[in-house]
Design a protein around this ligand. Structure first.
Ligand code: ZN
Ligand code: ZN
Length: 362
């Protein structure tokens, strides 16, 4: 349901039109249309004008849904929304049309150029993704709930003895997925990772029929989706008494993760946040075994701006919602990753994923 905050978001984009040197923004990336209107269907486009006469388009399948979700905007019903909006912009003789160059295909751009030949097409430079990086409190509330669902699902799985030797990664993963749905997730946020023993050393392992064994590190990376928003959490447990090497690696990752979380300050350079965690892993001698970035933004997409990594750029702002997820992976033996989702706040980061980060032996 479109509400005031959708209008506020459109106004924030509108305020950028001058700086982007465009007269209107043609938004065709669905997740961005959803962010700006509340519409959840699979075909849509939106034009945001400097004067506020914004227009929304979807096709006939979504006529009723659009009436309910986007009651506050003029609605056009057309199959090819990008083309229909371009035709309209052509009749209005706007000189400069902003479009989402990172998502429009080469064919799509050809069609836009042919449909609106009198306008100059200019990139919006991912302006909507830039807005989305900073969450409003409505979004944070959904993210908080999604994270709480994941917390409860894992707690339930542990409590009922679902994580044990003799079960396959598949079985355990499906049970965890089911528990997230039971606790109110509309769906899982992404394919749940359950990785036991040597598989835990594969950062993005997909569950297999491998049977969990005593002595395994078992890594879970999973999340719930709620209202379109995703949670993202990783915990690594051990089956039975942890071996010394498992304790050592776990302690290194746990401390690196703590330092990464502490680094989440307004104005902090994303590369410095990454380094705060990574330097600890390096000093412990495992620098080569931590091959990925520290974290990423999370919201309507599981991975979105900002990139919190040595490969990233820019600084953190208040109400950005990001993950902190260092890992150490020893090929053939096992790996540990600990991941939380947090909100950048003036008085220090707000933790959304609450499950204990201490080494848990089952
Ligand atoms: Zn994750
Ligand atoms: Zn993540």
């Amino acid at each position: 349901m479109a509400t005031d905050f959708n209008a506020v978001r459109r106004d924030r984009l509108r305020a950028q039109l001058d700086g982007l040197e465009v007269d209107a923004a043609l938004v065709t990336r669905l997740v961005n249309v959803r962010y700006l209107t509340g519409f959840t269907g699979s075909n849509a486009a939106l034009v945001v004008y400097a004067d506020g006469t914004d227009v929304f388009c979807t096709d006939g399948r979504y006529r009723t849904q659009a009436t309910n979700q986007v009651p506050d905007l003029e609605r056009v019903i057309e199959r090819n929304c990008a083309k229909a909006m371009a035709e309209r912009l052509e009749t209005e003789k706007l000189a400069r049309i902003g479009y989402e160059s990172h998502s429009v295909t080469v064919d799509g751009l050809d069609e836009l150029s042919a449909t609106a030949p009198s306008a100059e097409l200019r990139s919006l430079h991912q302006a909507v993704e830039g807005l989305r990086a900073v969450k409003d409190e409505e979004e944070i509330a959904l993210l908080r709930q999604a994270c709480a669902i994941a917390d409860r699902a894992l707690a339930d799985l542990i409590e009922r003895g679902g994580i044990r030797a003799g079960r396959s990664e598949f079985e355990v993963g499906r049970e965890l997925d089911g528990l997230m749905l039971t606790h109110g997730a509309e769906e899982r946020a992404f394919e749940t990772i359950v990785a036991g023993g040597p598989n835990s050393a594969v950062p993005h392992h997909r569950p297999t029929a491998r049977i969990l064994e005593r002595g395994d590190l078992v890594k879970f990376d999973f999340g719930a989706q709620l209202g379109g928003y995703h949670s993202d959490m990783t915990r690594t447990l051990v089956l039975g008494e942890p071996a010394d090497w498992q304790r050592e690696v776990y302690a290194v990752v746990q401390e690196a993760q703590r330092r990464g979380r502490e680094g989440l300050r307004i104005g902090a350079d994303v590369r410095d946040v990454d380094a705060a965690a990574r330097d600890h892993v390096k000093e412990a001698g495992y620098g080569d075994e931590f091959g990925h970035g520290l974290g990423h933004g999370v919201g309507l997409e599981v991975h979105e701006a900002p990139t919190v990594s040595y490969l990233g750029a820019g600084t953190l702002a208040e109400r950005m919602t990001v993950t902190v997820e260092p890992g150490v992976y020893l090929e053939g033996r096992g790996g540990v990753r600990i991941e939380d989702t947090l909100v950048v706040r003036a008085d220090g980061p707000e933790l959304l994923t609450m499950t204990s980060r201490d080494l848990t032996a089952l």
